[in-house]
Write a protein that binds this ligand. Structure first.
Ligand SMILES: Cc1ncc(COP(=O)(O)O)c(C=O)c1O
Length: 449
C-alpha cells in the first residue's frame, strides 16, 4: 500500500496538474474514501463537498446501487466493440429515451463532455454542409471542453491559453445574457432582450451560420440564468434563420437546476443536446450527444464520420440506467426540492451580511456568489485577465481557507460555484454556509469604503 505522503508526491512529480502552472502542483489532498456529501483524507479529516467535485457527483458519494451496477457489468461483459449490441447498451438507450427532452432520440456515446461537444460539432458541420453553413455562434461566458475544437468553442479564459495553436475557423462569440453585467449596459426587462436580438443580427450579417451553441444556464463561467424569454427567443431566431440550436447540458443537466435538463425550464426543444457528468452521477466517464431523428436521417445514405474505441463502452454506460433510477427515487422524496429553497435563502442572507458579495444567482442546486470590491461600481476582485496572467486570486485564497476548515468549494476567477450533491440535507447546507460565512470576512476587509 502506498503511503499517502508518497502517493501525493508521486502524483505531483509524474502527472500534469490540470489547468494550472505546474509549480504549485506539489501535494494534492490524498482522499481515502467518500460517503454521502463528505470526502475524507488520509488523516480522516472530512471535507463537505459543496461543489459535487467538478459539479458532477450529483448523487453524492458511495451510492451502492450505481456501484453494484458497474461491478455486475464488469463481471458479466466489460467490453464489446461499438459495432456489437449487448444488454448494457440496450438498457442505457432505453433509460435515456425515457428522460431526454422530446424529439431527442438518437444518441452518440463517448466518455466526456468534451467529446460530446466534439461529436456535436462534427455532426453540425456535416449536416449543414449541403447548405454551405459552417459557423458556430458560441458565447464569451462559456466552457465547452478542452480539446482543440471544443476549446475553440469556449469563450472563457481557458481558450486564451490554447490560442492560436488550437484555433479552428468559423467560431464566433455572441454577447452573454448576463444581466448583472449586461454587455449592452441595459437593464432587464427594458432591454428588448438585446443579447438574443444581437444573435439574429450576427446570423444575418455572417450569412453562413450553422448553429447556435449555448449552455442554457452557464456553468463554470458564472452560473448565469438567462431571462425567461431568452431561450425561447433563441429557438425562434434559430428556426427563422434555419440554424441549429444546440444546448450544452454537460453541467446543467441531471437535476442540477431542479429538472432533468435546464432547457425544460423554458420548454424548448433543441436540435442537439450534449451532456456528461451527472448522467452517471460521475461514477463512470460518459458523454452523450443527443440529436433529433431528422439529423440522424441525414446520415442514412451518408458516412457518419465519427467514433471511438470506447463508444458505448458497456462498463461505463451500465451506470446510466442505475443513475436514472436513483434520480427518480431521490426526486420522489422531495428532499432536493426542499433543500434547494433552503440553500437559496441561506445564500441570499449571506449577501445581506457581506459587502464583498456583488451578486447571488442560480437555480436548484446550482448557484454563484460573485465577489466585488465595490457594490456600486461592481468592480470585481479579479478578472479573466488576472486569471490568464496567473495573478493571485481572491477566490483561490478563500477556497484554500475553506478547505482548511473542511469545506470544498470550487471558485472561478471572481465567483464561487455552490453546487452540492442533490442528497444534501438542510443541516449540511447550514454547516457549509456557516464556514463560507466566516471565510467571506477575509474579502470584506478588502472592500473599498
Ligand atoms: C458546460 C460544459 N461543457 C463541457 C464540459 C467538458 O466536459 P469534460 O470535462 O467532461 O470533458 C464541461 C466541463 O466542465 C462543462 O461544464
Amino acid at each position: 500500500m502506498t503511503k499517502p505522503e508518497e502517493g501525493a508526491r508521486l502524483l505531483a512529480s509524474h502527472t500534469y496538474g490540470t489547468w494550472r502552472p505546474q509549480k504549485g502542483w506539489k501535494k494534492p489532498l490524498f482522499i481515502t474514501k467518500a460517503e454521502g456529501v463528505y470526502l475524507y483524507d488520509d488523516r480522516d479529516k472530512s471535507y463537505l463537498d459543496f461543489s459535487s467535485q467538478l459539479m458532477c457527483s450529483n448523487l453524492g458519494h458511495g451510492n451502492k446501487a450505481i456501484i453494484e451496477a458497474i461491478c455486475k457489468q464488469a463481471r458479466e461483459l466489460p467490453y464489446v466493440f461499438p459495432g456489437f449490441a449487448c444488454e448494457a447498451k440496450a438498457r442505457a438507450v432505453n433509460s435515456l429515451l425515457e428522460v431526454m427532452p422530446q424529439g431527442l432520440n438518437q444518441f452518440f456515446f463517448s466518455t466526456s463532455g468534451t467529446e460530446a461537444n466534439e461529436a456535436a460539432l462534427k455532426i453540425i458541420r456535416q449536416y449543414m454542409d449541403p447548405r454551405r453553413k459552417y459557423k458556430i455562434i458560441s458565447r464569451y461566458r462559456s466552457y465547452h471542453g478542452s480539446t482543440a475544437a471544443s476549446i475553440a468553442l469556449t469563450g472563457g479564459p481557458r481558450r486564451w491559453f490554447a490560442e492560436p495553436v488550437n484555433k479552428i475557423p468559423g467560431v464566433i462569440f455572441a454577447p452573454d445574457a448576463y444581466c448583472y453585467r449586461c454587455p449592452f449596459g441595459l437593464k432587464y426587462p427594458d432591454c428588448s432582450l438585446q443579447c438574443a436580438e444581437y444573435v439574429d443580427y450576427m446570423i444575418k450579417e455572417e450569412g453562413n451560420v450553422a448553429a447556435i451553441l449555448v449552455e442554457p444556464i452557464v456553468g463554470t463561467n458564472g452560473i448565469i440564468v438567462p431571462p425567461n424569454e431568452y431561450l425561447p427567443r433563441l429557438r425562434e431566431i434559430a428556426d427563422k434563420n434555419e440554424v441549429l440550436l444546440v444546448v450544452d447540458e454537460v453541467m446543467s443537466g441531471w437535476f442540477r437546476t431542479g429538472k432533468w435538463f435546464a432547457v425544460e425550464h423554458w420548454g424548448d426543444t433543441p436540435d442537439i443536446l450534449t451532456t456528461a457528468k451527472g448522467c452517471t452521477g460521475a461514477y463512470a466517464p460518459v458523454g452523450i450527444t443527443a440529436t433529433t431523428s431528422e439529423i440522424r436521417d441525414f446520415f442514412e445514405e451518408r458516412f457518419f464520420s465519427h467514433g471511438h474505441t470506447y463508444t458505448m463502452h458497456p462498463l461505463v454506460i451500465s451506470a446510466i440506467p442505475a443513475a436514472i433510477e436513483e434520480y427518480k427515487k431521490l426526486m420522489a422524496t422531495g428532499l432536493p426540492q426542499r433543500v434547494s429553497e433552503h440553500l437559496r435563502k441561506r445564500l441570499l442572507v449571506l449577501m445581506d451580511n457581506h459587502e464583498c458579495i456583488g451578486d447571488v444567482r442560480g437555480l436548484g442546486h446550482f448557484w454563484a456568489v460573485e465577489l466585488v470590491k465595490d457594490r456600486k461600481t461592481k468592480e470585481p476582485f479579479n478578472t479573466k485577465a488576472d486569471k490568464a496572467a496567473l495573478k493571485p486570486l481572491m477566490v483561490s485564497k478563500l477556497s484554500a481557507d475553506m478547505l482548511n476548515r473542511g469545506l470544498y468549494m470550487a471558485g472561478w476567477y471572481n465567483h464561487f460555484i455552490i453546487a452540492p450533491p442533490l442528497i444534501i440535507t438542510e443541516e449540511e447546507v447550514d454547516k457549509g454556509v456557516e464556514i463560507f460565512d466566516e471565510v467571506l470576512t477575509i474579502a470584506d476587509k478588502e472592500v473599498k469604503r
